[in-house]
Design a protein around this ligand. Structure first.
Ligand code: ADP
Ligand code: ASP
Ligand code: MG
Length: 424
């Protein structure tokens, strides 16, 4: 008997029929003798619907007090899900109880819409498990020191599940979703993408941080920090398939360094349409210039991703960086109204129609020329590279958004990742 955490995403919770299936699957695991905690997301489309309603009414300026309300609104989607799932489990003859984040509590900081989990109180959960109950806990949400409801950022239920698994020292955290594992790239964009039976923690971290939405990055970070055994698998198999077969299916995130030594140089391709590029032209090129540009950006709580500074001409240089598209307008305004006048820059421009495409692989550590191959393949497709960023196990390029699929497919083929069409 083990303590197991199951997480079900929005599509898996998408209708009462699907929730009934989730309940039957969980009941199968409970009857096999496991102690079960389930962390469901809101029903698919629900978080968008709720935030859409808020958008119709919200003022032009999104202040912290508006963000507080956005979190209170968005968190209700998961609250409905836990209640429905708990009832469905009871209909299966199990004892089940649901909790919202604030009820345990799941303590977070106060960064509305992107809060971080700080601590999870396990007292009630342990008591319920000991009493033989299945415990159903909301994903995506928590509560701050002042009792405000917070949310963890889009896709945050993955993080809730892994954090709960870490806090409870669960034997395994199973992330049930609408694909049957982690693929070499998004199988909805490249049908030839292949499922990986295992992926190293480092590679998963890069894939998630570079835009592969199958796991929220913080969930991978938690898994690494607390060594949570983490598996991504399908919720669309028949609920009554053999439990041992189910437990071995999908993709396991591995922590052993050697696990991927024999693997391809490039294990996967990630892409991200969520960024925008801003450029500040004709800035005097003297010490401290990067700080004078990026300091105020950081102070405004805007995350910066890829950065380039061009060679200078006549003591002036151009400086470009990318930010999340949600922060694009705010960043442009900040550059135009404050940073450009303060630094004596000539002009500020921006482009929201960009994307970032990245190749990821532990094998890149020991192979030279992988980035060069990537650049060659893109040039053969006539795709202009606007920015480049590298680390030991990834190379990312920023390109025009309209070439994204072309680039991903060409790279997927060239790095020999194509396989049988994926089942999605
Ligand atoms: P859930 O609602 O279950 O959390 P998400 O939509 O957040 O599901 O994540 C699953 C989706 O992630 C898949 O449907 C797929 O389109 C997308 N995805 C992106 N990159 C990958 C990848 N490398 N492997 C598998 N799925 C991926
Ligand atoms: N419901 C939230 C979202 O749509 C959290 C999640 O699904 O993980 O982003
Ligand atoms: Mg998700």
């Amino acid at each position: 008997m083990a303590l197991i955490v199951h997480k079900y995403g929005g599509t898996s919770m998408g209708s009462t029929e699907r929730i009934r299936n989730v309940a039957k699957r969980v009941a199968k695991w409970a009857r096999a003798g496991h102690q079960m905690i389930v962390v469901p997301s809101a029903m698919s489309g629900e978080t968008n619907r709720l935030l859409g309603l808020a958008k119709e009414l919200q003022p032009a300026q999104i202040t912290p007090s508006v963000m507080r309300e956005l979190d209170a609104i968005a968190a209700t989607g998961e609250q409905v899900s836990v209640g429905l799932l708990s009832i469905a489990l009871q209909a299966e003859g199990l004892q089940a109880v649901s909790y919202a984040g604030w009820q345990l509590p799941i303590a977070t900081d106060s960064s509305f819409t992107k809060a971080r989990i700080q601590q999870i109180d396990d007292v009630r959960v342990r008591a319920d498990l000991d009493a033989g109950k299945v415990v159903v806990i909301t994903g995506f949400q928590g509560v701050d020191d002042s009792g405000n409801i917070t949310t963890l950022g889009r896709g945050g239920s993955d993080t809730s599940a892994v954090a709960v698994a870490a806090a409870m020292k669960a034997a395994e955290c199973l992330i049930y979703t609408d694909v049957d594992g982690v693929y070499t790239t998004d199988p909805r964009v490249v049908p030839e993408a292949r499922r990986l039976a295992t992926i190293s923690f480092e590679e998963m971290l890069e894939m998630a941080s570079l835009g592969s939405k199958v796991l929220q990055i913080r969930s991978v970070e938690f898994a690494g920090k607390y060594r949570v055994k983490l598996r991504v698998l399908s919720s669309f198999t028949d609920w009554d398939i053999d439990i041992d077969e189910e437990a071995r299916s999908g993709t396991l995130i591995t922590f052993e360094e050697e696990a991927n030594m024999e693997q391809a140089v490039v294990s996967g391709i990630a892409f991200n349409r969520d960024e925008a590029k801003v450029t500040i032209l004709g800035v005097p090129d003297k010490p401290g210039v990067a700080f004078r540009i990026l300091g105020p950006v950081a102070e405004a709580n805007i995350d910066v991703d890829v950065i380039i500074q061009n060679v200078s001409h006549d003591g002036k240089t151009d400086f470009s960086f990318t930010v999340h598209r949600n922060d694009y307008q705010r960043t442009l305004d900040l550059l135009k109204t404050q940073i450009a006048p303060a630094t004596g820059a000539r002009e500020v421009t921006g482009d929201a129609r960009i994307c970032k495409v990245s190749i990821v692989g532990i094998g890149m550590k020991s192979h030279v020329g992988v980035a060069a191959t990537m650049f060659r393949i893109l040039s053969e497709e006539g795709i202009n590279i606007q920015m480049i960023s590298t680390s030991e196990i990834k190379t990312s390029v920023v390109i025009d958004e309209k070439y994204m699929e072309l680039a991903v497919r060409a790279l997927h083929r060239a790095f020999e990742l194509d396989g049988e069409p994926a089942r999605v």
